[in-house]
Design a protein around this ligand. Structure first.
Ligand code: ZN
Ligand code: ZN
Length: 418
């Protein structure tokens, strides 16, 4: 499920709702577009229903870490995956629930702001601990299946803090969302000393959406990780609070008029590999034991992986990455010209790179031989291109023109909430 976030417009202050993965904020009131940069973990508060006799300054906020994303793991002869959406208490407190359960999915949250006048407990649990929690979910499987474990990757995850509001009345600690008593407590003042007030650096940060090359307005969907300039045909990603130009191309549709075409983005990642002898595309075909004759022209091709640059369910992500990588010889070189129908990039390239081992494992027809090699293999990305490939819209399916690989349109829409 997706969090709905209440956020004030950075330009005019109006209250806007956006989805958790939302980056490009278009204000319906002042019309300004602002782009949210990645900057620490986002912090949200659950809305409280504390009784009116509790002063706002006496609300306490307890931090929970949230993980939402996919986990892939390779074990025995299998590549497995899970969609994970969990929260875990980020401080030591026996009176508080260890997890928020389903609450964050069922209600809107707000970005933390100075209007939250109470005291925030400091997190005493490292962010890495949420990854350990998620890893344990995959380790649990191995109790039934004791096959050797070779690899684990977290892909497309969003990590954030969600604060649970609390208050104390008559020496009872209450959950301010449900107004249920949690524990008897005698040390209210001491609690306040262990906490801190709202910090300015917790606020999300935004940048303007003007093309650094030509000054034109950049385009994108709300969840785009890449912004496009249709004026000078440039593509931009955010890095360290600034827009950085991106090497990109689009393979034009051969359909007449091209009107029923969707362009889906892929990261084409040229890699060097250590730990296994794999220097060319031909080597990749041999190592993964593809059922085709490896020819000299395969050996002259660079070793490139094609990874979906959008969020979809894990099995579809793996299938697309595997099939596009194996059939890449059919894909022509594109051109850097904008077009209608460009689907948004919602999976950043750093996440795509983390998926490479899993894609190699999934593509291998001889998993028994290849999976044990994974711990010793390292991928070193050399060049990345963002490539938009043409898919013909065919009823409910999208069919890639050159490779004929198809994907259900509904799957893409579903992916937007992943
Ligand atoms: Zn505004
Ligand atoms: Zn431009």
């Amino acid at each position: 499920m997706e969090l709905i976030i209440q956020q004030n417009c950075p330009s005019c202050g109006a209250a806007i709702e956006l989805h958790e993965a939302g980056r490009l904020l278009q204000c319906p009131f002042c019309g300004m577009r602002n782009y949210r940069i990645s900057h620490g973990l986002s912090r949200f508060v659950l809305p409280d229903k504390a009784p009116s006799h509790i002063p706002r300054e006496e609300i306490f906020y307890a931090p929970y870490l949230r993980f939402k994303g996919n986990v892939f793991y390779c074990k025995g002869r299998e590549v497995q995956h899970r969609v994970v959406d969990i929260t875990h208490l980020a401080m030591k407190a026996t009176a508080l629930p260890l997890s928020l359960g389903l609450r964050p999915q069922a209600m809107k949250v707000s970005s933390v702001s100075e209007a939250d006048a109470g005291s925030f407990f400091r997190q005493s649990v490292k962010v890495a601990s949420i990854f350990e929690q998620v890893a344990q979910l995959t380790a649990y499987d191995s109790e039934q299946n004791r096959a050797p474990f070779y690899h684990r990757a977290f892909i497309g995850e969003i990590i954030s803090y969600i604060y649970l509001p609390l208050y104390i009345h008559d020496h009872i600690l209450y959950d301010a969302v449900t107004n249920k008593g949690l524990a008897r407590i005698d040390l209210g003042r001491e609690l306040q000393e262990k906490s801190q007030r709202f910090q300015d650096q917790w606020l999300p940060k935004f940048i303007a959406t003007l093309c650094p090359t030509c000054g034109g307005a950049l385009d994108g969907e709300p969840e785009s990780m890449v912004l496009s300039c249709h004026n000078c045909n440039s593509s931009w990603e955010e890095a360290g609070g600034q827009l950085r130009s991106l090497s990109w191309q689009r393979v034009p549709s051969q359909q007449s008029g091209g009107k029923d075409t969707a362009y889906l983005p892929f990261w084409k990642i040229k890699v060097k590999v250590t730990g296994v002898a794999m220097e060319s595309f031909g080597d990749f075909l041999r190592l993964t034991n593809q059922p085709l004759v490896v020819r000299p022209e395969h050996d002259r091709m660079d070793l490139c992986f094609w990874v979906p640059a959008f969020k979809v369910r894990p099995q579809i992500f793996l299938n697309l990455a595997k099939n596009m990588t194996v059939t890449q010889k059919r894909l022509p070189v594109g051109e850097a010209t904008m077009s209608k129908g460009l689907s948004p990039v919602t999976l950043p390239r750093t996440e795509a790179v983390q998926a490479l081992k899993t894609i190699l494992a999934e593509a291998s027809l001889n998993k028994r031989d290849v999976l044990p090699l994974l711990p010793g293999i390292a991928f070193h990305p050399q060049e990345t291109d963002l490539v938009y490939l043409p898919f013909t819209i065919n009823g409910h399916d999208l069919v890639q023109e050159q490779t004929m690989l198809s994907v259900a349109g509904a799957v893409l829409r579903f992916g937007q909430s992943l």
